[in-house]
Design a protein around this ligand. Structure first.
Ligand SMILES: [Cu+2]
Length: 473
């Protein structure tokens, strides 16, 4: 080799390393700085209200639903199309309205080219109908669980729950709401005209590329927080308020972000329901915090606000512009008492289980173990109440708070760091946020048999093994 060529080789090697290091730096840059497209700015869009899923069974005591899991294209920004996933549509899915006591068949068809499952988050059904990682639906196949609705009025939801791939399927659009109605909720005179004085809000943080496509990126710490809020799959939306009281059913459908919801005028609203159903009494507050997977129903009061606009906020970000009409009508008051929640009895002397939540960046474990589909972690007896002590000890193996979710059950919170839970956490819960250093005690009783998951609802943690299995028998 001539000296000249050797010199060129040296330059080539130098150039190659500059390119390689540049590429690494660029990838790191992309991973640490959110939203290469920047926050999407859209205004003046009418709130998207999800369709209510059609019941193909004419009998009042039973229901048959058809759900197709499909790929699609959705224009979120300026008509630019993004690849998305949806249930019976291109992004998110319809509201499934169930009634207490009815028998339901869910006929789910997977028209994706990948494996999926459909989990009914908050629904009290046997393990085999729960839609967890054991109930995978192969591409082109169907899954048709049949169950009886055996719980009171509530706002629940459905989403994929496959091992290792839940986070991106949800990010690209697979999520929808399940409402349960019952005689008690019918009798309360709460706002219940769907899309008029009773509206759903699925709130999700998302990042977009400049071409309008969804930009799902994770690094060692987890998913990159989105700089744009999607509400029912829309951006920059308003809703025309025509009644003095507006019931808003909020789902934090984000992969990992917590949101604190408030009104831009600082006004008090009433929280009427938590994850698993109505509270015993409305809780007047100017803010509620929901971690991923948690729901709350609130009633906002627009009496005296005719013609005014108030924004529902998440932190300092706009969720929805609420434009009160100049002639808003009276649609009744919220009762002072809502429901009587049946007590599970004294927690003294019950079986106690401990769940220590551990995480480092994107990976996590519970009681030192990561998820193994072939391993049952806890065996629980049917109908026997237990006390679960969930801790999130500070230290090296710790990357923040975790929303702890248990399948197939609604539990009660006994204490948070030794103190009684606040009014927002006194009703039924299926997901509870456990912050760093906190200890949360719950009273739990399974009324259905089978295998159920418990896990962190930060979806990247769940996918990375922060999950365990219970066998109830
Ligand atoms: Cu977590």
């Amino acid at each position: 080799m001539s000296p000249k060529r050797a010199g060129l080789g040296l330059y080539a090697a130098l150039a190659a390393s500059v390119i390689i290091f540049g590429a690494i730096a660029y990838v790191l840059f992309l991973n640490f700085f959110p939203g290469t497209g920047g926050p999407a700015v859209e205004t003046g869009n009418r709130l998207k209200i999800p369709a209510v899923l059609h019941d193909y069974d004419p009998s009042p005591d039973s229901a048959l639903y058809e759900i197709v899991v499909e790929k699609g294209k959705t224009a979120f920004i300026d008509g630019k199309e993004a690849d998305t996933l949806g249930y019976n549509g291109t992004y998110l899915g319809p509201v499934i309205r169930l009634r207490r006591g009815e028998t339901v068949e869910m006929n789910v068809a997977n028209e994706l080219t990948e494996f999926t499952t459909v989990h009914w988050h908050g629904l009290i059904v046997d393990g085999e109908d729960d839609g967890g990682p054991h109930h995978g639906i192969q591409p082109g196949e169907r899954w048709a669980p049949v169950f009886t609705v055996d719980q009171g009025a509530a706002t629940l939801w459905y989403h994929p729950h496959l091992m290792g791939n839940t986070s991106d399927q949800v990010y690209y659009g697979l999520a929808g709401l399940v409402y349960i109605d019952d005689e008690v909720s019918d009798s309360l005179g709460l706002p219940d005209e769907y899309g008029v004085d009773d509206i759903p809000l699925i709130v999700q943080d998302r990042s977009f590329r400049s071409d309008g496509s969804l930009d799902y990126r994770v690094n060692m710490m987890g998913v990159i927080p989105g700089d744009t809020l999607l509400v029912n799959g829309g951006i920059g939306q308003f809703f025309d308020v025509t009644t003095e009281r507006l019931r808003i059913r909020i789902l934090n459908g984000s992969n990992s972000e917590n949101f604190t919801f408030s009104m831009s005028d600082g006004s008090i609203f009433h929280m009427i329901a938590s994850d698993g159903g109505l509270l015993e009494e409305p809780y007047g507050t100017d803010g509620i915090t929901l971690s991923p997977g948690e729901r709350a129903e609130i009633v906002a009061d627009f009496s005296g606000k005719a013609g005014k606009t108030v924004n529902l906020l998440a932190g300092n970000r706009n969720v929805l512009e609420l434009r009160a009409a100049s002639d808003i009508r009276d649609n009744g008051a919220v009762p002072e008492r809502l429901v009587e929640i049946e007590e599970m009895g004294s927690p003294t002397g019950l079986k106690v289980r401990y769940f220590e939540l551990q995480s480092m960046g994107i990976s996590g474990a519970i009681n030192g173990k990561t998820f193994d589909m072939e391993r049952i972690d806890e065996k629980v007896r049917l109908n026997e109440p237990e006390v679960w002590i969930v801790t999130n000890p500070p230290g090296m193996m710790q990357s923040g708070g975790h929303p702890f979710h248990v399948h197939g059950v609604q539990f009660r919170i006994l204490s948070r760091d030794g103190k009684l839970p606040g009014p927002a956490e006194r009703g039924y819960k299926d997901t509870v946020f456990v912050n760093t250093g906190e200890e949360v005690r719950i009273l739990i009783r399974f009324s259905k048999v089978g295998v159920f998951m418990y896990h962190c609802h930060i979806l990247e943690h769940e996918d990375n093994g922060m999950m365990g299995q219970i066998l109830v028998e």
